[in-house]
Design a protein around this ligand. Structure first.
Ligand code: MOS
Length: 690
């Protein structure tokens, strides 16, 4: 029997729910450890004039205050956000201006609160808009896509279209809120740096932090045994890591440093606000003749992050004339970065809302409109899809949801004080694999030891790696002892881009298969075992050029309170075609979690920019709303059995992000159906409906 496909429970599940699992802030002997607390800038731009260090150093228990005056030098690695405490210039509100280090957490926090910082404040510019005078075209968009694409004559085709729409859709700044805020424990041992870090990539952390401190990546030892979520915010080191390492260096002691929930919104990366101007044209049969997606987003002055908002539009639907553009403005704001499905998530909200509006304008069922625009090959890359079953997802979803009974007329179904509506949208996310390495050892007692510097951010990747190894070795999963998230283990890619399982599983499979071959040559196993290490650089470089994407379809019912404008979502259905599913129990949680996050994006989540303060004003869960249990009623998830031989040896496409893509559009489409009101600026708060 195959271990892949079994609904195994997480290996570390009991440790986690009983509190025995150690996270980055919990891993060291308390009495030997100092506590760092970040002090953040209260101005947006300008410079620090003075910091009242002496008064704070006089407090009992305060050990040191690190500022730009005494911080060790960091190398310029091209990421100004990480070059913390190097000068007196302030580039965004919330930027670290000092770290207070004390014998206890309470002392550090109190000392940070009373630390006086005086500033000279400058002018600032914090508001992104498609009319901004400093918009520019970045060289590439995240991670390395072309900025613009043009095929055919879009404007001519739009002018000639039988049906067309031209609307702009916006998404606000959205904040990553993993359960565990960023945290680092740092200690220098001679020229070596020991880090326990809450990260999605213990390999990338070692390299980047090494570069910052001018030491080789091998001199930085990173462990991340348990990580309480990330969503992209821990996909590369954020200021907490160099701040902790600086604090450890200057005191010569072990230092712990964590963000509070309130610090997350300025120091962890967030989803940029986006505006997408969508123009679609169709012929009399509802076949798209033109697709235009112009995307606008922001970055900071310290680091260029260019959200690839229009990227998914390049691969979704057939149309002979097409154009996508990305324009960016560098503002005096914290740096936006990855947040679950960067690009696809806001971009598909726009495209799938626009498709729904086009369907209404053309009088065609939304599923039928998408069916008529199904491409045979990737319309921009002009290569085949490795597999594409959007139609299968829409058909199965329609069946599960009961789409056939839908009355397409808007605002036609009123039940007491409720307007009821249904909507659907498509989902997509690229299927990627990155080079990784793994080591496996056959021990004389019949057990196997597997090691890979992958991280398990709560998704269950440790468990899935063991399942994959069990199949490759043809043994029971219980015969394998697995170690992950330690940079002494073979280098592995980040837990991001929904690519962890494919990337790491490929290396694990290769190492295990090679070990089996060496075992079959009849060697006796020595006491320290027989070890094989494998990397997948060659295999991944040799991948055929294909368009590899997972697809899905989401269906939503909404009830809109006609008096208050409140939107309630009694049910969501998601059907996905994402290749082979490794572990149904874990996969279901991933899909439901992402659809829930999409529900939050649709209805609740918004970073409220205070243009006078120069910052997002809602820095906590009291003011930044995410779905609570009462908001999540009935989310049903299924997937299709999809065979795709062009993926990794395990045959999966990745499932971490696709569930959030399309969810917000499906809600918005259902609200438009319920009420006749099209909300084009998320979130759909009550005031937009009454
Ligand atoms: Mo995800 S935003 O690639 O961690």
């Amino acid at each position: 029997m195959s271990a892949i496909g079994a609904s195994l429970a997480r290996i570390e599940g009991i440790e986690k729910v009983t509190g025995a699992a150690d996270y980055a802030y919990e891993t060291t002997a308390e009495q030997e450890t100092l506590y760092g607390w970040v002090v953040q800038s209260s101005i947006v731009t300008g410079r620090i004039l003075d910091i009242g260090v002496d008064a704070v150093l006089a407090l009992p228990g305060v050990v040191e205050v690190v500022t730009w005056r005494n911080a060790p030098h960091l190398e310029d690695t091209g990421d100004g956000e990480l070059n913390v405490l190097q000068h007196a210039i302030i580039s965004y509100r919330g930027q670290p201006v000092a770290v207070v280090i004390a014998e206890t957490l309470e002392t550090a926090r109190e000392a940070a609160n009373v630390l006086e910082v005086s500033y000279s404040a400058g002018e600032s510019d914090v508001l992104m808009s498609p009319d901004h005078l400093r918009l520019y075209a970045p060289d590439k968009v995240n991670p390395a896509f072309e900025t613009d694409s043009v095929i055919g004559e879009v404007d001519v085709a739009l002018a000639d279209a039988v049906t067309s729409i031209d609307h702009s859709y916006s998404t606000p700044a959205l904040f990553n809120n993993p359960m565990e805020p960023h945290a680092t424990t740092a200690e220098w041992q001679g020229g070596r740096l020991e880090l326990v870090d809450s990260t999605q990539g213990s390999s990338v952390t070692a390299e980047q932090i090494g570069a910052l401190f001018g030491i080789p990546g091998e001199a930085v030892h990173v462990r991340a045994e348990h990580v309480g979520g990330g969503f992209g915010s821990k996909g590369s080191p954020r200021p907490n890591v160099p701040l902790a390492a600086i604090a450890a260096k200057i005191t010569g002691r072990r230092v712990k440093l964590a963000y509070t929930r309130q610090m997350m919104s300025s120091l962890a990366g967030y989803r940029t606000p986006t505006v997408s101007r969508m123009r679609l044209g169709a012929d009399a049969d509802g076949r798209l003749t033109a697709i235009s997606h112009e995307a606008f987003s922001q970055t900071s002055t310290l680091f260029e992050f260019a959200e690839q908002t229009a990227e998914a539009t390049r691969h979704m639907y057939a149309a002979p004339n097409r154009r996508t553009t990305h324009r960016l403005v560098a503002l005096d704001v914290p740096t936006p970065r990855w947040m679950r499905a960067p690009g696809e998530c806001p971009g598909m909200y726009a495209l799938e809302s626009a498709m729904d509006e086009l369907a209404a304008a053309a009088g065609i069922d939304p599923i039928e409109l998408r069916r008529r625009n199904e491409p045979e090959r990737d319309p921009e890359l002009d290569v085949p899809y490795s597999s594409r079953d959007l139609i299968g997802c829409m058909e199965r979803g329609a069946e599960l949801f009961g789409w056939a009974e839908r009355d397409p007329r808007p605002a036609a179904h009123i039940d007491g004080r409720w307007a009821i509506g249904t909507g659907m949208a498509a989902s997509t996310y690229p299927a990627m694999a990155q080079p990784s390495g793994a080591v496996v050892t056959a021990m004389p007692d019949g057990r196997y030891r597997l090691g890979i510097n992958a991280t398990d951010i709560g998704t269950g990747s440790r468990t899935v790696m063991r399942q994959i190894a069990a199949d490759a070795l043809d043994v029971e999963p219980e015969a394998i002892d697995i170690r992950i998230a330690d940079s002494n283990l073979p280098k592995a890619s980040v837990a991001g881009g929904s690519s962890g399982t494919a990337s790491w599983g490929w290396a694990v499979t290769k190492a295990c298969r090679e070990l089996r071959i060496s075992l079959q040559t009849g060697m006796t196993i020595p006491p320290d075992g027989i070890t094989v290490t494998a990397t997948t650089d060659a295999e991944i470089a040799a991948q055929e050029e294909l368009s590899r994407h997972a697809f899905g379809a989401q269906f939503v019912e909404v009830r809109v309170d006609l008096d208050s404008g409140e939107v309630v979502v009694p049910r969501m259905v998601g059907v996905f075609a994402a290749g082979r599913i490794m572990n149904p129990r874990l996969a279901r949680s991933q899909f439901i979690g992402a659809m829930t996050m999409g529900l939050g994006m649709a209805l609740h989540e918004v970073g409220e920019l205070d243009t006078v303060l120069g910052d997002y004003a809602n820095h906590d869960f009291a003011t930044y709303h995410i779905p609570a249990c009462a908001d999540v009623k009935d989310i049903r998830v299924e997937w299709l059995d999809e065979e795709d031989t062009h993926l990794s040896p395990m045959g999966g496409k990745g499932i971490g992000e696709i569930g959030i893509v399309g969810a917000a559009a499906a809600v918005a489409n259902a609200v438009a159906h319920a009420t006749g009101i099209r909300v084009r600026d998320l979130p759909i708060q009550p005031d937009k409906l009454i």
